[in-house]
Write a protein that binds this ligand. Structure first.
Ligand code: PLP
Length: 378
């Protein structure tokens, strides 16, 4: 059987060998609870705080500003609901974008049912939020602005520095969902000027079910998990030390090779994009000029994205139609709707998300499989 080609790295990534090894050690050797008072527990606590320090260093934060969570969804929920619940029973405004991940959008929909006033910023054809739109959306009741750093379907990188500056001009905290960006593009929370930032380990070759929320010192949040006093009282529950250590190793590995990985992924992308451009196919490349390396969103006129996915799957190539979370929905995704993509293109959309384990030969095979599909079916 032909070797499988995995090009769905925006959905999740393969666990790195170093992360897997760390997880094994901290599951079966250094396994004590960091809250235990005996020497083994104190040692686990030291390891946990060291991980916090190492993670903080990769995004230019202070260790005390890193809060471990169960992943991107929890970090997003904590940022949004934790901010909203600081103002209970008040009709406060939260501003976000119309192309956020469902971890944000379902949270804002829930908050709307509680009476919060949610404002969704539009985006342009590239998926970019406009700073002037944000200025206009802010009112005296605004308690939080949340705009993602990089979009999971089309890869667009948002102008976070500019948006956060506007938020701060009005004394409003700013959160960014950086789940797709952390480990893939250099990030300094200080330079970006954000107050909160969500990350998830399984997007950068770390384990699933673990992530963190960066919370700038002085930012007000109500905890969503009540229990023990872990994570400075903001997120109760015994810390998942094996997963946290796996995440730490994976993040350091990604950061040590961040520009090398970017160049490599761009080279793989180029093989596919160059090959497509040399053929007589009517298609669009979605996303902004500034985008995540390795993520290509393509819309083929008159094709059916889901059918392409299944036919490529039969050829042992794993891609996606959009984000993994809404790929079972038959409707055109909210992101493609927000960028105003014409229906005949939107329906023929696929997302190829290349990773560092993909080879140049694999990129060529993906290209050839698409060209073959185009010839036979569209
Ligand atoms: N935010 C974005 C932009 C994502 O792409 C994802 C996952 O696809 C999430 C949040 C949710 O992260 P997790 O799977 O760690 O809960």
């Amino acid at each position: 059987m032909k070797k499988r080609i995995y090009a769905d790295n925006a959905a999740t990534t393969k666990l790195s060998a170093a992360a897997a090894k760390a997880m094994q050690i901290y599951s079966s050797e250094e396994y004590a609870n960091p809250s235990s008072l005996h020497s083994l527990g104190r040692n686990s606590k030291k390891i946990l705080e060291n991980a916090r320090k190492r993670i903080a260093a990769t995004i230019d934060a202070e260790p005390s500003e890193i809060y471990f969570t169960s992943g991107g969804t929890e970090s997003d929920n904590l940022a949004l609901k934790g901010s909203a619940f600081c103002y209970p029973f008040k009709k406060k405004r939260i501003i976000t974008s119309s192309i956020e991940h469902h971890a944000i959008l379902r949270s804002t929909e829930f908050l709307a049912t509680m009476g919060y006033d949610i404002f969704y910023l539009p985006v342009d054809e590239f998926g970019l939020v406009n700073a002037l739109d944000l200025e206009k959306a802010i009112n005296d009741d605004t308690v939080l602005i949340s705009v993602m750093l990089a979009n999971n379907e089309i890869g667009t990188i948002e102008p976070i520095f500019e948006l956060a500056r506007i938020a701060h001009k009005h004394n409003i905290p700013f959160h960014t969902d950086a789940v797709q960006a952390v480990g893939h593009i250099p990030i300094s929370v200080k330079e970006l000027g954000v107050d909160m930032l969500s990350a998830s380990a399984h997007k950068f070759n770390g384990p699933r079910g673990v992530g963190f929320l960066y919370i700038r010192k002085g930012t007000n949040l109500t905890p969503l998990m009540n229990g023990g006093g872990q994570e400075a009282g903001l997120r109760a529950g015994t810390e998942n030390l094996p997963a946290i250590m796996g995440m730490t190793l994976a993040l350091e590995e990604s950061y040590n090779k961040i520009s090398q990985n970017k160049d490599y992924l761009l080279k793989l992308e180029e093989i596919i994009l160059q090959g497509l451009s040399e053929n007589n196919i009517d298609y669009r490349i979605n996303g902004g000029k500034e985008k995540l390396p390795g993520l290509i969103s393509l819309s083929f006129n008159g094709a059916d994205g889901e059918k392409i996915l299944h036919r490529l799957d039969l050829a042992n190539i794993c891609i996606s139609t959009g984000s993994a979370c809404n790929s079972r929905e038959k409707e055109i995704s909210h992101v493609l709707k927000a960028i105003n993509l014409e229906e005949q293109y939107a329906k023929g959309t696929i997302r190829i998300s290349l990773g560092i384990d993909n080879t140049e030969d694999e990129a060529r095979e993906i290209l050839n499989a698409i060209l073959k599909d185009a010839k036979r079916f569209w």
